[in-house]
Design a protein around this ligand. Structure first.
Ligand code: HEC
Ligand code: HEC
Length: 512
């Protein structure tokens, strides 16, 4: 069935409930009470979750919703039937599209039963009563009839087990009504207008800090962004964008930074917002970012970098608020050579680190503010950990751009006194790839699968095959070992990780 709408009705109907009445209530009948519709009012999910449901209504049930109405519907549904910050907390990585992770669940068969076609996180980001979890199982077998004949379904009574074992388990931990959600509805939504300070580490480009001016767009439920900042080496970082805040804290922006188009996802439920900026087509290419309002509770929040190497003169940026006045000290062996810039929210310094500096935490003071475990000095890296440990990159074609392998090498200092080891952040290394095993060696995977940039740790996959130069005209896939060697120190320190270069993914919904 396709619902048609007269131009007049379209021009008038624009509030959330009116849009649901107009586009959805033909099939989802109004229930008892105001603003309540069958199925729709029995579920809560993220903006991406609502977007995907409405997309399915279009693909499978022929529901046509004009783009502007669809945006307004997602906003209304996510605002009134969303997740509280505590409810989305465990699955931020999925929302931020950090895909190189291995999921774990506290249920013996959930992985095989559900989290084999898509992430299990897709379900973890929804809340429903038991009857609705049960309908979800019905919808799966009704719409994907081959499901029951696939591996990990034909060996068992999939439908029966899904209903008797999975549904009650989901209903118990992911209920429609929760204290977290009712409390969250009492909290007023985040008003993001004003100036923020944003910092992060752009793969291949370096650490940066920028001011982000956020202004409301008149007459619309969204904001404009102006980004102005610089990398540690002084290169400018400029950009602009647009953002929407869903459910009072789910910040979603499209932004252009130095000409590169990105998406941004932040959790704004706390004073300081955390999240990720990533390339929508090449999701591995992205960076974790922090955004702090200029009027945040005063103090030192972070430094760039987080570790200073012995025997070097280097740039150090201290971020926070209330930093304009008072003496700046960094402990024994660190000399402030120059205060390059200083404002209430940021201090840029040129510091000289002595050869003999004692490795470990540095007491950092700016005026009355002090932080003892934020900045660290080191001479040699004790050990390395590549992140991610396992990555999946994908060959590219004109319709489906390549997905890169993006690696970082996090250096560590062993604690001298048996306490916790100290992470130094990503440290300079030389990157290379080798065949993962004999088969990869025999097939020449290193030669065909793509190129590792030895300075940045970014692996650029080859174009899609078939490749007539390879055995059986194989695609340019590969099974590789990624190696990082610490630069410029006497003791050799190395780590390795696994990179699988595989074929394109044709179906790329926002929640995998
Ligand atoms: C042409 C009829 C039709 C219209 C119009 C329609 N739906 Fe549906 N909807 C269905 C059917 C059939 C199902 C059950 C099968 C399924 O889940 O795909 C369903 C299921 C749902 C569910 C439950 C999905 C789940 O995962 O359990 C939600 C939520 C939903 N629709 C939302 C909407 C919204 C929002 C709109 C308006 C934008 C809408 N629908 C418009 C037919 C429709
Ligand atoms: C055969 C592959 C397959 C299996 C097995 C599977 N799913 Fe899905 N699931 C899908 C597909 C495909 C969709 C997306 C349909 C769409 O949105 O077009 C989906 C959608 C969903 C959604 C989003 C629905 C919405 O509109 O909100 C949830 C939640 C979900 N699945 C949970 C589960 C659970 C729980 C299980 C185990 C009981 C499961 N899935 C098993 C393929 C599968």
């Amino acid at each position: 069935m396709v619902l048609t709408v007269t131009p007049l009705a379209y021009a008038i109907a624009n509030s959330g409930p009116e849009l649901v009445d107009q586009h959805c209530s033909g099939c989802h009948v109004a229930r008892e009470g105001e603003n309540s519709w069958s199925r729709i009012s029995q579920q809560r999910k993220t903006p991406e979750g609502w977007e995907m449901t409405i997309a399915r209504m279009g693909i499978m049930h022929g529901v046509e919703v004009p783009p502007a109405d669809r945006r307004a519907l997602v906003k209304y549904l996510a605002d009134t039937r969303g997740l509280a910050p505590e409810e989305s907390a465990a699955e931020r990585a999925l929302i931020e599209r950090r895909l190189n992770r291995v999921e774990e669940f506290d249920h013996p068969t959930f992985q095989e039963m559900c989290a084999r076609c898509h992430t299990g996180g897709r379900a973890m980001l929804q809340r429903r009563p038991e009857a609705e979890w049960d309908k979800l199982v019905h919808f799966h077998v009704g719409q994907f009839q081959t499901l029951e004949f696939q591996a990990m379904a034909r060996d068992r009574d999939w439908f029966g087990l899904a209903r008797s074992e999975i549904v009650p388990w989901l209903a118990e931990q992911l209920p429609l009504e929760s204290e977290a959600w009712s409390n969250w509805q009492e909290v007023s939504p985040r008003q993001p207008e004003g100036t923020w300070q944003m910092w992060g580490n752009w793969p291949g480009q370096g650490r940066f800090v920028a001011d982000v001016a956020v202004t409301p767009e008149t007459g619309r439920d969204r904001y404009r962004l102006e980004v102005s900042g610089e990398f540690l080496d002084g290169r400018p970082l400029l950009g602009e964008g647009r953002a929407v805040v869903y459910t009072g804290y789910e910040w979603r922006a499209s932004l252009t930074l130095n000409g590169h188009e990105f998406k941004q996802v932040l959790d704004m439920s706390e004073e300081t917002a955390h999240g990720r900026i990533f390339d929508d087509a090449d999701e591995a290419y992205g960076m974790q970012v922090t955004m702090q309002p200029a009027d945040a509770v005063s103090g030192v929040a972070a430094t760039l970098p987080t570790a200073l190497k012995a025997g070097q003169s280097q740039r150090l940026v201290v971020m926070g608020s209330g930093l304009e006045n008072g003496e700046i000290t960094l402990g024994d062996g660190i000399e402030v050579e120059e205060v390059v810039e200083r404002s209430d929210t940021r201090v840029t310094l040129q510091v000289n680190v002595a050869d003999h500096v004692a490795p470990g935490w540095l007491p950092l003071t700016v005026g009355e503010h002090r932080q003892d475990e934020l900045l660290v000095a080191y001479d040699e890296v004790d050990y390395l950990q590549i992140e991610p440990e396992l990555a999946v990159a994908r060959v590219g074609s004109p319709e489906t751009p390549a997905v890169s392998g993006v690696f970082q090498a996090i250096g560590y200092l062993k604690s001298p006194d048996g306490g916790e080891d100290i992470a130094l952040g990503d440290v300079p290394v030389t990157w290379s790839v080798q065949p993962w095993d004999e088969i990869a060696e025999h097939d020449g995977d290193v030669q065909y699968a793509g190129v590792m940039d030895k300075a940045t740790g970014i692996f650029a996959p080859s174009g899609a095959g078939p490749n007539p130069d390879r055995k059986y005209d194989a695609n340019n896939v590969g099974n590789l070992r990624v190696i990082a060697d610490v630069e410029g120190q006497a003791t050799a320190v190395q780590d390795d990780a696994h990179l699988i270069v595989t074929v394109q993914r044709w179906n790329n919904p926002p929640l995998r």
